[in-house]
Design a protein around this ligand. Structure first.
Ligand code: MN
Length: 228
């Protein structure tokens, strides 16, 4: 697979983030996720993370220019919170599809079976993890490029409880704003119904790209050439 075909690395300047458009109409995920929920979630909530990330980056530019780091703790927190919110929502929209797909593609299935034992075991752990996130957060499937396997993690808010280096390939938003209008406090019903929406070919593409990452924990003996 040649990543050059659809991924041209580009450095986003401070404050240069923008809201990616939803890849389908607002009503496309009904009845699992209502049009009203999707509109508010994407247009208002996701937008606010993009705005918050841009603001934090620009405030840090200002801090560096002035040499004034009195509010560093605050802006670093904002950077982590809004940055992670923007990343996870961008992935969330794309790992859902109105058509629904029949199940994991070749490599995803191989990695799920290899590490979790079976699709059932994987799905059970993911569902329980998502249901039991305290307060606002996410269930996140990552590819760990140091250990070369998948893992299921949860995130409190957007940024807490990660394993550093993990590359998210499938995410489920369990903040109340993602389901409350449709399911009220029945998060478990939302989490179980959500599986109808999983866009497995998209997950497969994310996995194949993540698997190309080379991030060993120890690199001293790998002969990586550097110019410095
Ligand atoms: Mn959300």
């Amino acid at each position: 697979m040649n990543t050059q075909n659809y991924w041209a690395p580009r450095s986003i300047p401070p404050g240069g983030h923008s809201l990616p458009p939803l890849p389908y109409p607002y009503n496309a995920l009904e009845p699992v996720i209502s049009s009203n929920t999707l509109r508010i979630h994407h247009d208002r909530h996701h937008q606010s993370y993009v705005d918050g990330l841009n603001k934090a980056e620009l405030k840090l530019v200002e801090a560096r220019q002035k040499g004034d780091f009195a509010l560093i703790k605050h802006w670093e927190r904002e950077l982590a919170f809004h940055g992670s919110g923007h990343i996870l929502h961008s992935i969330y929209w794309t790992v859902m599809t109105p058509q629904g797909t029949s199940g994991p593609c070749t490599e995803t299935r191989r990695q799920i079976n290899g590490y979790f034992g079976s699709m059932d075991a994987f799905q059970q752990q993911f569902i329980e993890a998502a249901i039991n996130v305290e307060a606002s957060g996410w269930a996140v499937v990552i590819w760990n490029p140091s250990w070369n396997h998948l893992e299921i993690l949860t995130a409190e808010k957007h940024q807490n409880l990660t394993q550093w280096g993990g590359i998210p390939i499938m995410v489920l938003d369990v903040w109340e704003h993602a389901y409350y209008l449709d399911y009220q406090n029945r998060r478990a019903d939302y989490v179980k119904a959500w599986w109808q929406l999983v866009n497995w070919p998209e997950v497969e593409k994310r996995l194949l790209l993540a698997m190309r990452a080379q991030v060993p924990l120890v690199i001293s003996n790998l002969g990586v050439a550097v110019d410095c």
